[in-house]
Design a protein around this ligand. Structure first.
Ligand code: PLP
Length: 233
């Protein structure tokens, strides 16, 4: 299936599931996840209306950046090592994976150096899975409080990668994220400006939308299976 067809399909689903819960489909941003996808295919997606892309590896983002910087906004969605913040700080619109005070400290420092305020989402490990990064739901408010002093980062909301379960079984996790989001939103803290709830990937974005996501991150649903996902024959 081609990229244009896939994007149409995703947009159709966004519309359908937003309307189902009386939400405006235009309030939902599709971030096309472009890890392992080459620049020419990304450009095809851009031609078809994609405005935002997500990368999870610093090197890959840096490689693609010069060609695409004027055409699309970059989001960083993967685990970010402190020592690599400096390579992306001037390139990305938002970091979705803030998951430690150390990382916040480094982002704040580097953002200050290039005279910008860096928008970040806090990654929450909503299923408390061993294999995943992110803040435990029960520690979220305390974590936010610890970020209070960082004036060059703006906490714009929350992100999660939900447990990989059947579509309907994932709903309680998304619902929990929405509760966490609403709770944190009401906090009064200078560097807090809660706007975004980034959740939902190819297999679960329709449920995520019904539960309140306003950023969805779609990879395979737009570009097809990634190379490293394919069976070697
Ligand atoms: C790869 C990835 C996605 C997209 O996954 P698909 O299942 O291909 O849609 C979304 N979010 C993160 C953090 C990812 O690493």
């Amino acid at each position: 299936m081609d990229i244009c067809y896939n994007i149409d399909k995703v947009k159709e689903n966004v519309k359908k599931h937003a309307l189902k819960v009386n939400r405006n489909p235009d309030d939902i941003l599709i971030v096309a996840v472009t890890k392992t996808v080459d620049v020419s295919r990304i450009e095809e997606a851009i031609k078809y209306g994609i405005t935002d892309i997500g990368e999870n590896k610093v090197q890959e983002l840096v490689d693609k950046y010069p060609t695409l910087m004027d055409k699309v906004q970059f989001h960083f969605i993967g685990h970010l090592q402190t020592n690599k913040v400096k390579y992306i700080i001037d390139k990305v619109k938002m970091i979705h994976s803030l998951d430690s005070v150390r990382l916040a400290e480094e982002i704040d420092k580097r953002a200050k150096k290039c005279n910008r305020i860096m928008d970040c989402l806090i990654e929450v490990n909503v299923g408390s899975e061993e294999s995943k990064y992110g803040i435990e739901p029960s520690s979220l408010l305390e974590f936010i409080k610890e970020l209070e002093g960082f004036s060059n980062l703006k906490i714009k909301g929350l992100m999660t990668v939900a447990p990989y379960v059947d579509a309907e079984d994932v709903r309680p996790y998304f619902r929990k994220m929405k509760q966490l989001f609403d709770n944190a939103k009401s906090l009064n803290q200078k560097n807090l400006d809660f706007k975004y709830l980034s959740m939902g990937m190819t297999n679960d974005y329709t449920v995520a939308i019904e539960e309140g996501a306003n950023i969805i991150r779609i990879g395979t649903g737009i570009f097809g299976k990634r190379l490293y996902d394919m069976e070697v024959k």
